[in-house]
Design a protein around this ligand. Structure first.
Ligand code: MN
Length: 284
């Protein structure tokens, strides 16, 4: 298994790759893991170099903060209600077309960074999601297969949501409740697309150690190939763009669980892509 990551303090992360549990430093190969690196075939080159023993081991990697595995995405595109059971718990019908909303790219933080709820928030919520990372520019793609060929890799994401802003203060535009600072924890790893079956992954979340979501990406209404194809016909997708592919049932919006409070701990994981752990900080 190969996983790309960025390790170090915010804004000063160092690019690295984990191969068979050993972390190698990518600094000699690239300044960062970003759209330009992905579009130039960087993942394949770096993986080959690691396997051939041409990269130095990154000593002390386990003592460094983990940042988001992709730097500076140009766009963070999010799909709503892409699991039938989640649409039902939200009081909605299964969509006929992918529902798109956006987060500001500056919402993206590391997988274990604190999540800050805005002042007065009483309806903060978690959403574990498979995130597809675009590998090269895409426009007006014709097939799901071609769309999947434009995906560089996959990561775990938390589409953190504030439901009062999302539904009551938005005029129906969901982005309003989705784009507060720290509302897009990403990582720990970017796993190359050729090592992932995007429609065969178990995804789970816990709050304070108690189970919340537990589903499979096989239950998506629109699979990753269909989503990327449709999005590419609505806008030009750029290398490094993130596509949050929707969350399964088991969020607080269902009424089955309390909303997030100060000092709660949210954990999210997807098979083969790693695990996130965030502390919730209320009040901004
Ligand atoms: Mn979502």
């Amino acid at each position: 298994m190969t996983g790309f990551c960025r390790l170090g303090e915010p804004g000063r992360e160092r690019p690295a790759v984990v191969v068979d549990d050993v972390t190698y430093d990518l600094s000699d190969l690239t300044d960062d893991i970003d759209g330009a690196f992905l579009a130039a075939g960087g993942l394949e080159r770096a993986r080959d170099a690691a396997r051939a023993g041409r990269l130095p081991v990154l000593d002390g990697a386990d003592r460094l903060r983990t940042g988001p595995p992709v730097a500076r995405p140009a766009a963070v595109l999010c799909i709503g209600q892409n699991y039938a059971a989640h649409a039902a718990e939200s009081g909605s019908a299964v969509p006929e077309h992918p529902i798109l909303f956006l987060k500001h790219p500056n919402t993206v933080v590391g997988p274990d960074d604190d999540v800050h709820l805005p002042a007065g928030s009483e309806r903060g919520d978690w959403e574990v999601e498979l995130v597809a990372v675009i590998g090269r520019r895409a426009w007006a793609l014709d097939s799901d297969e071609d769309a999947l060929a434009h995906v560089a890799g996959y990561a775990v994401g938390n589409d953190v949501s504030e439901r009062t802003h999302q539904f009551d203060l938005s005029g129906g535009q969901w982005s309003t409740g989705k784009t507060f600072p720290t509302f897009a924890p990403l990582g720990p790893l970017l796993v190359p697309a050729d090592e992932v079956d995007p429609q065969g992954l178990r995804l789970r979340s816990h709050v304070n150690g108690e189970p919340r979501q537990d589903s499979s990406t096989k239950d998506m209404v629109f699979g990753v190939g269909a989503l990327v194809r449709v999005l590419s016909r609505r806008m030009v997708l750029e290398a490094g763009d993130l596509v949050f592919t929707g969350t399964p049932e088991g969020v607080a919006l269902s009424g089955r669980f309390p909303y997030l409070r100060d000092a709660d701990v949210v954990e999210l994981e997807i098979d083969g892509l790693g695990r996130q752990r965030q502390r919730v900080v209320a009040g901004g």
